[in-house]
Ligand binder design. Structure first.
Ligand code: MTE
Length: 390
């Protein structure tokens, strides 16, 4: 006692010696002390690693951009590192001039850079039936947000002379072995869809579709076709396997809802969240993410008493359309048990529903499109866990 903290009293070696030279790591890496922050596969979720998912560690991230190395991965048949000089992209179907583009052709065209979230339609799937997973990484981690660069699909469709009288949809096809094909309405294709080659300022990583992927802002991840090789323009939805067998919503009356593509308004508190532990009472900055496939986030409210009382959180800038938004709110924890929730409202006025409001409409057999309010229970011990309220 009274000795003081040696970490401030004694000059450490790094203050007395020469550091490592520049370009020791020609491509930079995180600190060795951050090695625990990794995208992780949920044990036992799928039998084959090539047809699986790894989750983004949302609990350890700040701001709104997901570092490329922590962007979640979802592959139906594994990933490849494709030679860009051999990769081709074709547009055919209801167009005057079907064309085959090289990467050089595409990268000479006028490009745009936009920040958008991508969320798998199956994100938060396990919460439909019951409380299933122990952390926000596994409950909400099929969610990432990046800046994407590429040529607007509208420019390419114009270049090929799309037949605007007959065309109603486009079909996007990937070059991997999963026969991944998705129908997208022509209206959306001509709006904000991007044929992208870059993510966060560099070429796409192979796991995310190098050298080319579709960016479909606001729409579920499955439509963001990776290793994109073809767009066919057609006059009716294609009802492919990933549109009729998978990625359909089981409704309570036994029917299935198809082509539900938009990711509705949603939010989640990332800290404090399940699996974390508060070490003491006193001040905490409650922080989280909010997003909507229909535009910008207008407001986020936070409750610490299971939804009885709500306070409006601070929204950090930038507040972009179809992009993650970061919220923060001050809180003094008095040591009593608490239930933390966030509720987002988007610019259309849509309010994120409670899980039971959602179940009343959608039943419990769904896998996809669960955008319900998430509850984290804080025990007197400081442990935070995943709960569902009535
Ligand atoms: N595109 C192809 N060609 N093959 C795939 O397996 N998976 C889809 C989509 N695009 C997939 C694909 C699914 S289900 C999702 S959620 C997103 O890619 C995931 O993108 P990411 O791996 O970059 O996070």
């Amino acid at each position: 006692s009274g000795a003081g903290d040696p970490n401030i009293l004694i000059l450490p070696a790094h203050s007395r010696t020469l550091g490592k030279p520049v370009a020791t790591n020609p491509y930079g890496q995180p600190s060795q002390y951050e090695a625990n922050l990794q995208r992780r596969e949920s044990p036992g979720l799928t039998r084959v690693g090539a047809a699986s998912v790894s989750f983004t560690p949302l609990q350890g991230l700040f701001g709104i951009i997901t570092p490329s190395g922590l962007h979640f991965e979802r592959h139906h048949q594994g990933w490849h590192d494709i030679d860009p000089t051999k990769h081709r992209f074709m547009i055919n179907g209801l167009v005057k001039n079907p064309k085959v583009y090289t990467m050089d052709d595409l990268m000479r065209m006028p490009s745009v850079s936009r920040m958008h979230f991508i969320e798998c339609g199956a994100n938060t799937a396990m919460e439909w039936g019951n409380v299933a997973v122990p952390s926000v990484q596994y409950s909400h981690g099929m969610l990432s947000c990046s800046e994407f660069t590429g040529v607007p699909l509208s420019v390419l469709l114009e270049d090929c002379g799309v037949d605007k009288h007959r065309a109603k949809v486009v079909l996007a096809e990937g070059a991997d072995g999963s026969s991944m094909t998705r129908t997208i309405s022509l209206e959306r294709a001509l709006d904000d869809v991007i044929v992208a080659w870059a993510m966060n300022g560099e070429m796409l990583r192979p796991e995310h579709g190098y050298p080319l992927r579709l960016v479909v802002p606001g729409v579920q991840g499955v439509s963001w076709v990776k290793w994109l090789r073809r767009i066919e323009v057609g006059d009716q939805p294609y009802a492919t396997k990933d549109e009729s067998l998978h990625y359909i919503d089981a409704m309570p009356d036994g029917s299935f809802r198809q082509y539900t593509s938009i990711q509705e308004c949603k939010s989640v508190i990332t800290t404090p969240s399940a699996g974390q532990r508060l070490l003491d009472t006193g001040y905490y900055n409650i922080t989280g993410l909010a997003w909507s496939g229909r535009g910008k986030i207008k407001r986020v409210d936070v409750s610490v008493d299971g939804g009885r009382n709500w306070r409006t959180a601070r929204l950090e800038t930038p507040l972009l359309s179809k992009c993650l938004s970061r919220f923060n709110i001050d809180w003094d924890w008095n040591g009593a048990p608490a239930v933390l929730q966030s509720r987002a409202i988007d610019e259309t006025g849509y309010v994120q529903p409670k899980i039971n409001e959602l179940r009343a409409v959608r039943g419990t057999r769904s896998i996809y499109h669960n955008n319900a309010i998430q509850s984290w229970q804080l025990a007197q011990s400081g442990e935070v866990s995943n709960v569902q309220l009535d």
